[in-house]
Design a binder for this molecule. Structure first.
Ligand SMILES: [Zn+2]
Length: 327
C-alpha cells in the first residue's frame, strides 16, 4: 500500500463547519501521484477571512475561508479575468484582494453555473466588466427573475476561450451535471494545467448531500469526458488544487455506488406490500437498509473522504433515484 499525503486548504458547503486541514489519503484505492502542491500565499486580509494563492503564470486562487469558497482569477498584461463573485459581501473582499495584487482592472467575469450561492455580486466585483456564461445560465436567471444577479451578456460554449491580452481561460461544457449550465474552466498555470469545475469536483470530499440540481447520468457522462482532458490539477468551488486523478476518483465513486446499490437491492428483498400504508413504513425501512448496505460496501475504499459518514448515505439516495428514473 502506498500512501499519498497532501495538505491543502479545503472546504465544503456546510457553513462554518470544517476547518482547513491536512490529511492522509490511503492511496491503495486512489492511485494518485505524489506531488507538491504548495503554492505561495500572496495576499491575506487583515481579518484573515481571505487569502490568495499564486498558481503561477498570472493564475491565482481567491479563498474566502468562513464559508469555504474559492474562485480563480488570472492577471493578464492589461486586465484581469475573474470567476464567480460568490455574494455581495465576498465580492467586495474579492475586489480588494485583486486590487492589492494588481492595478489592472477586472474587465471580464465568468459565471461557472447558475446557482445563486456562487454568482451574486458581479456588480460589486467590477461593475463595468463583461459577464460570460453558458446560455443556460442566462435563461435560468431570466426564468427565476434574480434581480440581484447581473445577466451575462456573452455566451460561451465548449471549446471557446475568454481572453485578455496575455491570459486566457478555456471553456469546457460537458452537458448537464451539477446543474444544466455548468461549465468547467481550464487555465495554463505555473503549476501545470488546471481544471476548475465548481461544485462538481471537490478534492478529498464526498459530493454534497443529496446532489442538489444534479442529473446523475449527465454527471457520469461529464466525468468521463473530463477524464479525457490533459489535466494536472483540479479545483472545485470549495477546495483544491488537488491532483487531476480526482476526476477519475469521482467517476469511480459514483460507479461503485451504483454497483453497491444494485447489489444491495438484489440481496435485500423488498417487503411484499398488501396495503398502501406499508409502502411508506416498510418501504422506507427497506430503502434505508439498502442504502446502509451500499454505504458499508463503499466504506473500505472511500471512508477516508471527508464527509463520508454524513453525506455518502445522502449521495446514495440521489444515485438510487437515478437508478429508478434514469437521470
Ligand atoms: Zn452549484
Amino acid at each position: 500500500m502506498t500512501n499519498y499525503v497532501f495538505c491543502v486548504f479545503r472546504g465544503v458547503q456546510v457553513k462554518r463547519a470544517i476547518l482547513s486541514i491536512c490529511f492522509l489519503v490511503l492511496a491503495a484505492t486512489l492511485p494518485v501521484k505524489a506531488q507538491d502542491i504548495d503554492t505561495p500565499v500572496v495576499y491575506r486580509s487583515d481579518d484573515g477571512s481571505v487569502f490568495v494563492k499564486d498558481l503561477g503564470k498570472g493564475v491565482h486562487l481567491f479563498h474566502y475561508t468562513p464559508d469555504f469558497y474559492v474562485s480563480p482569477f488570472v492577471i493578464g498584461d492589461n486586465a484581469v479575468i475573474a470567476v464567480d463573485p460568490v455574494n455581495r459581501n465576498v465580492a467586495e473582499l474579492y475586489r480588494a484582494a485583486v486590487a492589492a495584487l494588481t492595478d489592472k482592472p477586472i474587465t471580464k467575469i465568468i459565471y461557472s453555473h447558475d446557482h445563486r450561492d456562487h454568482i451574486v455580486g458581479a456588480d460589486v466585483l467590477s461593475p463595468d466588466a463583461k459577464i460570460y456564461a453558458h446560455p443556460g445560465t442566462r435563461s435560468s436567471l431570466e426564468e427565476r427573475g434574480d434581480v440581484d444577479i447581473p445577466l451575462p451578456s456573452k455566451f460561451v460554449e465548449d471549446g471557446d476561450k475568454v481572453k485578455v491580452k496575455g491570459a486566457q481561460v478555456r471553456i469546457h461544457y460537458f452537458g448537464p451535471n451539477h446543474g444544466y449550465s455548468n461549465i468547467a474552466l481550464s487555465f495554463d498555470a505555473g503549476i501545470g494545467s488546471v481544471l476548475v469545475w465548481v461544485d462538481t469536483l471537490e478534492i478529498g470530499i464526498v459530493p454534497y448531500r443529496t446532489l442538489p440540481d444534479t442529473n446523475v447520468r449527465g454527471y457520469l457522462t461529464s466525468l468521463r469526458l473530463a477524464a479525457e482532458l490533459d489535466v494536472d490539477w483540479v479545483i472545485g468551488g470549495h477546495s483544491g488544487p488537488g491532483p487531476g486523478i480526482w476526476i477519475e476518483n469521482y467517476l469511480n465513486y459514483f460507479l461503485d455506488m451504483e454497483k453497491a446499490l444494485r447489489k444491495a437491492q438484489a440481496e435485500i428483498p423488498p417487503p411484499a406490500f398488501t396495503d398502501v400504508d406499508q409502502v411508506f413504513a416498510q418501504g422506507e425501512e427497506h430503502i434505508a437498509a439498502v442504502i446502509a448496505a451500499a454505504v458499508d460496501e463503499m466504506r473500505p475504499k472511500y471512508g477516508k473522504w471527508m464527509g463520508f459518514e454524513q453525506w455518502a448515505p445522502l449521495n446514495a439516495e440521489a444515485v438510487r433515484a437515478y437508478i429508478i428514473v434514469g437521470n
